[in-house]
Structures are given as structure tokens and as C-alpha cells.
Design a protein around this ligand. Structure first.
Ligand SMILES: C[S@@+](CC[C@H](N)C(=O)[O-])C[C@H]1O[C@@H](n2cnc3c(N)ncnc32)[C@H](O)[C@@H]1O
Length: 1007
């Protein structure tokens, strides 16, 4: 095939993502990727980076921007799914293993075996399958695939062997497309080229050709908030030229690593492996020379456990602050429980700490109570210890000497550490004490190590002294050379914590002498590619690294950025080099990128970019819980002074004041400046996608304003579920990503508010119809699943509304760009808010569940609509919590949780009539005096076998004006009927009670 690629032939073609996107399948794929943990492609480069956008989502966005939407949406969708490896034939390769010919022949009905297979000897097998291989005649027959069969034909047959399951289930059992990237697309190119008029044989060729057809050259892709590089990496892997920028140099570094380490050449990989080993040897040699990790008897230190120690102001005892005395409680392997015991030394007014192995369950339980406790979440922690039967309690805040300053802020009496400090001074309030060492040595028999926790000996103290002396001697020089930080900790939301709680004023104060020694040596001996190992070690080895006494067999040192804060700890684990060196040689995935593409990485604020790019896909920090600009200084401090040449052009400062953050005025101004600049740096037919999490109600108005003021207009929006059940938070937690698709707003169109109302209504209805239509079409094609669920259609409805709105530059004589940047007054509903609210209502009106007449729907309250809508979804097997969250917002339900029986992320469920029982009847409930509540109440009573006359009497009492307004009775009948049908499979007993109610009310005599 040799289609000629004509430059600009698709110049003004709408992009596929402006018309459709298989969001349900994409959500399943994104979820799979997020759950892959350390198996994720880029994560090993820096697991401390929070909020990575799934590569599969990024791929969908980039492809979706380049592919055209044609007059045949069903085929557009089919081709897109092939390119995403979401089609059946791709699953053949994504499956754990491919089926053998004999197995296929014994399973499938094939009318002519010889269409697919050759058999040796010939003429023995029957002409058609299935074949019964137990027939002795067939013993010894060998079957093979016909060599002239195309890969597509072969996969089509194999696809029939795949288990029939819904997409989500199928995805959980399959490999991710990127894991089989080498050959997963082999069967698609004929179909792709016929549909698109291209002649590609790989994704990268296709991308190049689509770029030429749209922009006249290979597409130039950009992400100006590149973070860990997830979006730019995917663009590079697909074959685009890439421009990636971020304000934060750590983001630039991770993106660099994605291109040049994960995407590096095989030769560069070989070199990296050698360099890593060399680095390990160099550091080990230094440590061995000092002899500070050996006990002299063949044991090597694995972990050193330190705790804070304070003088108790009541009685003057020195007390170690240990929230738990449990040292090790292994869940796996040899389960020897180890605890610390505090032995009072009355003379010295201090405690000796002995280590006791083989603790009983009872001792273990006792040991969970240490010397620091709190009386519950949010309560002040306090020191507690008992001397001669008297218990002493002192709040930690009292120990610190917290007080309120004249200006209303808080102060304390902690000494602020100085630039050359690396440990507490002897007069400091908080001292630090080594209280246990975990040792290891190779097992005498068999593989692996044996481990031992021991109390601290005089030899240990001597080794501590050597380290301190060495660090003391070299620190100033190392700081001057930039091997160890000398950077101050700037106060801030997260960074205040170490300053306030410990008096740590410089970043190196977050590391103890042993940790400074390791960090300094690694930094000193490493080049650009090895700095990733340095950062991994720093993340796993600082005064903020929690000692986890259960994981990893007998306990392990957890990472600082397990969470997104800079929490100080009363006790922590410090790794020996033997226990940190594996972080330097960690296995990192490898996806060599084709080298002839152009990649550029810049550390500039998004509003200062200078490059021209065709496509922008960005994930800005919207209302982000992660304060990148603060917490990443933990790492910046280590490279700031002496970055390797590859990173030297970046600004090694987090430039907090330039960072876009929060959700207020500053946020909007920052976003407008950034997106305005991107719009300027984009051709007229360029396209953008903004990703943001859908969390607050004002987001749509915010986004509309930002888009307007930046000279952009919305062309589509999609909602993809990207994360669920985060272990970092308690309870269920669903996070979805909205993709807002944007184009330049060209021309200056004017309209009036009245005209807009009509236009929005039409556009929303049109959009809803188009997607439901595609659902119908796809039904035959894609098993029984919807391409779009209601929530997607609702989202598309919002997008349609925004599409209409942002098309206009002037509405009712007002210049929308000016209107959009007008500061918001708290509580005030702006002109734009009003328009959005109208648009959202219109979208919701289009989503009436089947079986409820529009006339009745219009009369229901938001809470009633919510319940009925969600029941409709539950009946169709949809049970993800984010649907409930989204619809609650859409229907303006204040507290949807009151209606929920389960709020599990993937298994959410409404309360049944019986579970409601008598709740939600009172005035404070959003269902108060509603017809739906009365109906559910009646259903509950019927299930409880209450007399039907009484049930009816209650029903009429529970519905105000029941006899005055005949439509109420009709509504009862409608709702009872609706419940009966929706609950048929979910809760048959309630369904039957609802049917009884319907008939009772229908036959009720009035008057
Ligand atoms: C949500 S993160 C991007 C995450 C990224 N998509 C990923 O998957 O890792 C937002 C990024 O915006 C960056 N940022 C904040 N303000 C910025 C600005 N004014 N200009 C450029 N980047 C900025 C932050 O440093 C952060 O890396």
C-alpha cells in the first residue's frame, strides 16, 4: 500500500477526541496501570513523585488529538481501540499465553480446519472442528498454523478462545498494552491505513504521517507542567517531537530520566549498569575504610534505630520518646517478636534500653504502649513514664515550650539549628539516641541472611563517634562543594513542620551523621544518571524515614514520601550502606526511544515558554494536595550548588512564588497567564487538552473563565476514573480526571443571553443524542457494554454547554475575556456562574432515567432524582463511588452519604427501603416529605408484613397534600412501578413489595 501523504490534508479536520473517547475502557486500563505499583514504567525513577498521570491515559489523549473524526464514528472508534490495543485481537497478545493449535481445534467450531491449519500426516483429521483428540486414530497427528495465514486471521480465530467477560474483568487478567508493545499492533495496519489514508506500519510512522497531514510536519508536542514526565514520555514513545517544561528542576530531572534512562539506548543502559556497580564499590570502600558498619565478628549493620530523648520536667529523668516499644513483629518468615525494655537507672535518672527477642504475645501487646501517647486523633501527644509507681505526663508542646507570640503566631523555646550543625547540642531540648541495631550475616547453611536486633554497646557508641567526627570534619567542605546541602528551609505550609517541631532550619538537618555520610559520598561520586539513585537513597534514609516494625520480614525503613508531608518522627530507622546500596542498582524498565526525534526540557514557568508547539496536553496543579514547590526542596537542596552538566541549565530552586497553586484568585491569574502563553505558542489549528480532577462545584466556572481569558474555546470534555481506594487515605477514595479539549478561539462572535439559552439546550441535547446513539451502535459490536455511561454523557453535556459558551467573545455586550478575569467576590454568583449553572441544569434534564415521564421528573427534588438515577445505574451493575459523587453534585444533593449503605470505591450502594427503616424522614433530611421517601417507607412496612390499610394510611400522611393534589398519587404509582422494575434483580423482596404498593394505590378509593 502506498497512499500519498498530503501535507495539511487534515488541517482543519476535527480531532477524534473532540467527538468520542471510549472512557469506560480507558478507565479500566488506567486503573490497571495505577494498581501496577512498582511495575509501572517510570515509577522506579522516583517513587516519591506524587500524582503521576497514567501513561495509557496520556496515550489516548495524544492519539485522540492527532486522529481525525470522520463521517463514520463507529469506525473511528474501532480504529482508535485498535491503536490503543483494546480490540479483541490485541487481547490475544495481551493474554498470558497464546493458545496451541490442538487446544483451539478441540474447543472451537471451525467448518474447514484446513483454512487455518496444516496437519501431519494429512488426511487423518476430520475436515471440521471441534476435534476429539481422545480418538486413538488422531494420536501422533501434528497440527501447525498455515504459514500463509495473516496475523490478523490468526488472531481473529484465537480471539474466539478468549473468555467472555466484561471489559474491566478482562483487563485485570491481561497484560498492559505497553508490556507487549513489540508485537501487539502487528494485525492492525491494513485496517488503520484504509480508514485514515495513511501507509504506516508502526505507531511512530502513523504519528509522523498524521502530523504531516494536520500540521505539515512531525507533530510537536508539549507539556508545560511536565512533573514526573508521564505525559511527555508517552508522546516521545509514540514518536512525537517533544517539548517538556516545569518550574521545578526535580520534575525536569525525572522527565530527563524518562527520555534518557527509561528511553535510553541499549548501550547507554549497559553503561549505566556498570556505573552503578562502580558507584556502589566506591562508596562501600569508603565505609569499609571507616569500619563503622561492622561489629568485628562477621556481622554487618542493616538498620540503626534512633529516637528522640528529653528530660522530663517533672523529676528530671531523661526519657526516650518511643511511641511503641515493639522493635519487630514479623508477618512472614521466622516470626521472632522483638521488643525494647526500658530499665530505670535511678542514680543516673535515665533509662537503659535492653532488647528482648522472642517476646510472647502478651509482652508484645504491653510493648505497643510506649512513652509517647495521644488520647486520640488530633489530640496533643504527651510524654508518659512511671517512676516508683508515680506516673508523669507532659505534653510534647510543653516540652518544646510552645507559646503564643504578640503577633498571634506560635513560638517555642527550641534552639534553631545553625548551618554547620548536624546533631543536637548537648543543651538542646530534644536529644537523639541510638537505641537498637539490626545486624545481619550470611546464613551458615543455605541462601540469604540471618538477622539479629541488639541493644547498643560501647563499641557501637565508638562507631557513632567515628562517624560524627568524620562528618564534623568534612561537613563545611562538602557543603562548599555542594555534595551536602547548605540550603535554608523556607517556611511554608509543609516546611514549617520541621522548623517548628525540631528547630531544623537547613535541609541537611533532616539527615543524621550516618545519612549525611552516605548521601555526601554518593553525591560526590555520581554523574547525571546516577543522581536518580542518590534521590532514591535520600527518600529512604533520613530522619523522616519511619521504622515499620512489621513489613519486610522483620521490619523495614519506609520512605519519607510515603505521604505528601514532612512529618517529624520520634523514632526512625537509618539504613546502613549495605541496606541502601540496592537502591542505587534498582532495576529500571527500558523502552528505548527512537533517537532521531527532538526532545527539549526546560525549567521555566509555563507563562514564559518560547517554543512553538502543535499539541499541548497538560496537567496543571489544580487545588492540588501536593505542594510540589515545598516538599521537593528536600531533593533540590542536594543538587542545587553543583548539578551535573546535563542539569546545569535548569534553575535549582523551587521558585515558590511562581508556582501555580490553590484555587483562588492567584491560581486563576497564574493559569490564565500560562494558557494564554501556550495559545500564543500554538498554530491556529493547534489543539490542547487540560487535565484536572473533578472535585469542587466551582471548577466548571473556573475552567470556563480560564479558557475564555486565555483565548481558547472548549470543544469536548471527558471523565476518566484514574485512581481508587488509595491506601494513603482512610475510607474509599475515588479520583477521576476530566479532560477538557480546547482550540484557539478565532474571530469575535457576539451573542445574547437569550439566544445562548436556546443554543445551549440544542447543543446539549444533540450531544447526548450522539453519544447514546453511539452506545446503541456499539452494542452489537462490543458485547453488551455501554461505550458511555450516564456520567460520561452528563460530562459531555457540560462540555457541550461550555463549547457553546466559550465560542463567543461578547455576550450581552460584555467582553468575556474581561469578565473572566474579574476577581471573584466570595458568595457572589457571577454572570459566568449563572450561565454555567444553566448549562449544567440543561444537561441534567436530558438524563431522565427510562420509565419516569419527563413531567414527573421535573417535579422531583434533587435528592429524589439522585436516588432514582443511582438506582437505575445500580440495576445496570454500575457501582463505583465516583458516580455517586458526580451525580450528587449534579443534582445539588448536600449530603448524599446519608443515602448510602456502602461507600466503597468499587462497591458503593444505596440504602434499601429496609436499611432506611425510619431514617431520613425528619425535617433535616433532604428527602423530608418527599413522595419517594414515603414510597420507600411504605415498601419497608410491607416487607415487615404490616397491614396494608395501615401502610396506606401512613403513606397518605407522609405525603403533604396527598388528597388535594391528584398528581401525587400518580407519582406514587410511577415510583412504585419504577422501584419494582429496577429492584427485580437487586432486591427481589423489595421489588415485590413495590409491586404490591403500586397495585394498592392504584385500586385505592378516594373520597
Ligand atoms: C499535577 S503536576 C503534573 C504531574 C504530571 N502530569 C505527572 O504525571 O507527573 C503539576 C506540575 O506543575 C508544576 N508547576 C506549578 N506551577 C508551575 C508554573 N507556574 N509553571 C510551570 N510548572 C508549574 C509543578 O512543579 C508540578 O510539577
Amino acid at each position: 500500500m502506498s497512499e500519498e501523504i498530503i501535507p495539511f490534508s487534515l488541517k482543519d479536520a476535527p480531532a477524534l477526541i473532540e467527538r468520542l473517547l471510549p472512557v469506560q475502557k480507558l478507565s479500566a486500563e488506567a486503573y490497571k496501570e495505577q494498581m501496577a505499583g512498582s511495575g509501572k514504567t517510570l515509577t522506579a525513577l522516583g517513587s516519591y513523585w506524587k500524582g503521576r498521570k497514567p501513561l495509557i491515559l496520556n496515550k489516548a489523549c495524544i492519539l485522540g488529538c492527532l486522529l481525525p473524526a470522520t463521517a463514520d464514528p463507529a469506525q473511528d472508534l474501532a480504529i482508535f481501540e485498535k491503536l490503543m490495543a483494546m480490540d479483541d485481537e490485541s487481547f490475544v497478545v495481551r493474554w498470558k499465553r497464546r493458545q496451541k493449535p490442538m487446544v483451539i481445534l478441540s474447543t472451537l467450531s471451525i467448518s474447514r480446519i484446513s483454512d487455518y491449519f496444516t496437519a501431519e500426516p494429512e488426511g487423518v483429521l476430520p475436515a471440521s472442528a471441534p476435534v476429539d483428540w481422545s480418538n486413538p486414530d488422531y494420536a501422533g497427528v501434528k497440527v501447525s498454523w498455515r504459514e500463509d495465514l495473516t496475523e490478523l486471521e490468526r488472531r481473529q480465530l484465537e480471539a474466539q478462545m478468549l473468555p467472555k467477560a466484561v471489559y474491566r474483568e478482562r483487563v485485570t487478567k491481561a497484560k498492559r498494552p505497553e508490556e507487549v508493545a513489540d508485537n501487539v499492533h502487528d494485525h492492525i495496519w491494513d485496517a488503520v491505513n484504509v480508514h485514515l489514508g495513511t501507509n504506516a506500519q508502526s505507531l511512530s510512522e502513523l504519528i509522523e504521517q498524521l502530523g504531516v497531514m494536520r500540521f505539515g510536519h512531525r507533530p510537536r508536542f508539549a507539556d508545560t507542567f511536565c512533573g514526573s514526565g508521564q505525559i511527555p514520555f508517552e508522546a516521545a514513545r509514540l514518536g512525537c517531537d517533544v517539548y517538556a517544561s516545569d518550574l521545578n528542576p526535580v520534575a525536569c530531572m525525572l522527565t530527563w530520566g524518562a527520555f534518557y534512562i527509561i528511553g535510553g539506548s541499549p548501550e547507554s543502559r549497559e553503561k549505566l549498569t556498570k556505573d552503578q556497580q562502580k558507584l556502589v564499590n566506591q562508596v562501600r570502600a569508603e565505609i569499609d575504610k571507616l569500619g563503622v558498619e561492622d561489629d568485628g565478628n562477621g556481622w554487618k549493620a542493616k538498620v540503626f534505630l534512633y529516637c528522640v530523648e528529653v528530660r522530663c520536667p517533672q523529676g528530671g529523668w531523661m526519657v526516650p520518646l518511643l511511641p511503641s516499644l515493639v522493635i519487630s513483629k514479623p508477618r512472614t518468615g521466622e516470626k521472632i517478636n522483638v521488643i525494647a525494655k526500658l530499665v530505670p537507672d535511678s542514680r543516673g535518672k535515665k533509662y537503659d534500653i535492653v532488647i528482648h527477642g522472642g517476646a510472647t504475645e502478651k509482652q508484645l501487646v504491653e510493648a505497643t504502649q510506649g512513652t509517647v501517647r495521644t488520647d486520640g486523633r488530633g489530640q496533643d501527644p504527651y510524654l508518659i513514664h512511671t517512676v516508683d509507681g508515680t506516673e508523669y505526663r507532659t505534653k510534647i508542646s510543653t516540652l518544646r515550650g510552645d507559646f503564643r507570640k504578640n503577633d498571634g503566631t506560635n513560638g517555642n523555646r527550641l534552639r534553631m539549628w545553625k548551618k554547620h550543625d548536624f546533631k543536637s547540642r548537648s543543651d538542646g531540648i530534644f536529644q537523639e539516641r541510638l537505641y537498637c541495631v539490626q545486624w545481619m550475616r550470611p546464613k551458615k547453611k543455605g541462601k540469604g541472611n540471618e538477622y539479629e536486633f541488639r541493644a547498643v554497646t560501647t563499641e557501637d557508641f565508638e562507631r557513632e563517634r567515628i562517624v560524627e567526627e568524620y562528618v564534623g570534619k568534612h561537613l563545611a567542605e562538602w557543603q562548599t562543594k555542594g555534595w551536602v546541602p547548605d540550603m535554608r528551609i523556607e517556611p511554608g505550609y509543609n516546611t514549617d513542620q520541621p522548623i517548628r517541631e525540631r528547630g531544623w532550619t537547613h535541609w541537611h538537618h533532616l539527615f543524621n551523621p550516618r545519612q549525611l555520610l552516605l548521601g555526601g559520598l554518593i553525591n560526590q561520586f555520581s554523574d547525571a544518571t546516577l543522581k536518580f539513585g542518590l534521590y532514591r537513597v535520600l527518600n529512604a534514609n533520613s530522619r523522616l524515614s519511619r521504622w515499620d516494625n512489621v513489613s519486610g520480614g522483620g521490619g523495614c525503613v519506609q520512605a519519607v514520601f510515603d505521604n505528601q508531608a514532612l512529618n517529624t518522627l520520634f523514632n526512625y530507622g537509618c539504613r546502613s550502606f549495605a541496606n541502601a546500596s540496592n537502591l542505587l542498582t534498582k532495576t529500571i524498565k527500558h523502552f528505548p526511544l527512537t533517537s532521531q526525534k527532538k526532545y527539549k526540557i526546560d525549567s521555566v514557568a509555563a507563562n514564559y515558554i518560547r517554543e512553538l508547539n502543535d499539541v499541548y496536553v497538560t496537567d496543571p496543579p489544580y487545588g492540588d494536595a501536593v505542594k510540589y514547590e515545598e516538599i521537593l526542596e528536600f531533593f533540590i537542596a542536594w543538587l542545587r550548588k553543583n548539578p551535573p552538566p546535563e542539569f546545569a541549565d535548569w534553575v535549582w530552586d523551587s521558585r515558590r512564588s511562581l508556582a501555580i497553586k490553590g484555587e483562588g484568585e492567584d491560581f486563576r491569574r497564574g493559569m490564565v497567564a500560562a494558557y494564554k502563553r501556550m495559545t500564543e505558542c500554538m498554530p491556529d489549528n493547534g489543539i490542547q487538552i487540560i487535565m484536572f480532577t473533578h472535585q469542587s462545584g466551582s471548577i466548571w466556572a473556573d475552567m470556563a473563565n480560564i479558557v475564555w481569558a486565555s483565548g481558547l474555546q472548549v470543544t469536548a470534555a471527558w471523565y476518566v476514573v484514574t485512581e481508587t481506594d488509595s491506601p494513603l487515605r482512610t475510607g474509599s477514595y475515588v479520583k477521576g480526571t476530566v479532560l477538557l479539549v480546547l482550540r484557539k478561539r478565532l474571530g469575535t462572535y457576539k451573542t445574547t443571553r437569550d439566544d445562548l439559552a436556546w443554543e445551549i439546550q440544542e447543543e446539549v441535547e444533540e450531544q447526548v443524542k450522539a453519544l447514546t446513539g453511539l452506545n446503541q451502535k456499539a452494542k452489537g459490536l462490543y458485547r453488551d457494554e455501554n461505550v458511555f455511561e450516564d456520567a460520561d454523557i452528563q460530562m459531555a453535556g457540560y462540555a457541550a454547554a461550555l463549547r457553546v459558551l466559550t465560542r463567543y467573545a461578547i455576550i450581552d455586550g460584555r467582553d468575556m475575556t474581561t469578565e473572566a478575569i474579574r476577581p471573584r467576590v466570595k458568595g457572589e454568583t457571577t454572570f459566568v456562574d449563572g450561565l454555567i449553572a444553566f448549562a449544567v441544569d440543561t444537561a441534567n434534564q436530558c438524563l431522565v432515567p427510562q420509565g419516569i415521564p419527563q413531567g414527573h421528573w421535573d417535579k422531583l427534588s434533587g435528592a429524589e432524582r439522585f436516588y432514582l438515577k443511582m438506582l437505575d445505574l445500580e440495576a445496570r451493575g454500575v457501582k463505583t463511588l465516583d458516580n455517586y459523587q458526580n451525580f450528587a453534585k449534579a443534582f445539588k444533593v448536600r449530603d448524599f452519604q446519608a443515602f448510602m449503605a456502602s461507600r466503597r470505591a468499587n462497591n458503593a450502594r444505596l440504602k434499601s427501603a429496609v436499611e432506611f427503616d425510619r431514617a431520613e424522614m425528619g425535617e433535616s433530611s433532604e428527602l423530608h416529605q418527599s413522595v419517594l421517601r414515603a414510597v420507600l417507607y411504605a415498601v419497608m412496612e410491607l416487607i415487615k408484613d404490616m397491614d396494608s390499610n395501615e401502610v396506606q394510611a401512613h403513606l397518605t400522611m407522609n405525603i403533604p397534600n396527598y388528597y388535594g393534589d391528584m398528581t401525587r398519587r400518580d407519582l406514587v404509582v410511577e415510583l412504585a412501578d419504577y422501584l419494582a422494575r429496577r429492584l427485580e434483580e437487586l432486591r427481589p423482596e423489595e421489588a415485590s413489595a413495590a409491586r404490591v404498593l403500586r397495585e394498592l394505590v392504584k385500586s385505592q378509593r378516594l373520597g
